[in-house]
Ligand binder design. Sequence first.
Ligand SMILES: Nc1ncnc2c1ncn2[C@@H]1O[C@H](COP(=O)(O)OP(=O)(O)OP(=O)(O)O)[C@@H](O)[C@H]1O
Ligand SMILES: [Mg+2]
Length: 278
Amino acid sequence: MSDAPSNPTLLADANQVPARAGARIIAVTSGKGGVGKTFVSANLAAALTRRGHRVLVLDADLGLANLDVVLNLHPKVTLHDVFTGKARLDQAVIAAPGGFSVVLAGSGMVEYSRLTSEVRAQFLQVIQTLTPRYDMILLDTGAGISDVVLFSVSLAPEVLIVATPEPTSLTDAYAAIKVLATQQKRQHVRLVVNQAARPGDGRAITGQLQQVLDRFVVTDSGRPLRLIHMGDIPADPAVREAVMRRQLLQLQMPGCPAALAISQLANKIEETLLKRIA
Ligand SMILES: Nc1ncnc2c1ncn2[C@@H]1O[C@H](COP(=O)(O)OP(=O)(O)OP(=O)(O)O)[C@@H](O)[C@H]1O
Ligand SMILES: [Mg+2]
């Protein structure tokens, strides 16, 4: 869909959408664990693929990878093999059920739960090699604000925070957003509210979080970090069903409320980040 530069600029100005700049990279992350990052990453990838975009999901949750479980994939080659020089990156790129590509972390990555300069360099190299080949790269990161998580998030110009309406999830989301504003100098972060109980939950939550950010978090520009509400995904029993069956919700139950919400999220991401400048 787009020609690619040989040297993508990481952490570029996310407010500009260049016509031909290789993949847009979004880190899907959260403060609290278990809120739906992997579910959102995989199904969003399927929805964007359906719209004709070339999408790759990278399992960036090095310590506790589980994208392979959700997609029911049993990769022969993983990121671990690439990092240890046992395989080439091309061999680790595999086709997922939704028609998009994935690079899976696999077991053995536990040793990467601490960040070394070598891991940083390898990670960066992997992203730089993949960027020219796709329109969108989603990084399914771990939760929290550990060094490894923050480093994987730093590889993406765009961040999509997944939070549920529970107070614990929101407190942790706030903590993560604050770190992204102060340490990574981000001017904006995107938010999707998953497992929403009723329509309007996400907008209200975004407003509340923005108020706290306005009071307590000032970015480098002197302005508060802007929280961009990207949508809500309702709590839907079909999600758990799909996970239990190791199937993609977007493929198996495209008409259920959560799948429809993911489609809307894909529309919004397409409009915001994948539109072309003529
Ligand atoms: N919209 C939803 N409705 C109902 N259940 C959901 C929804 N989203 C996620 N879940 C449930 O939450 C579980 C955890 O989701 P997921 O594995 O995507 O979270 P995660 O944030 O990636 O977790 P981790 O931090 O461990 O990587 C899913 O297996 C599913 O059962
Ligand atoms: Mg996960």
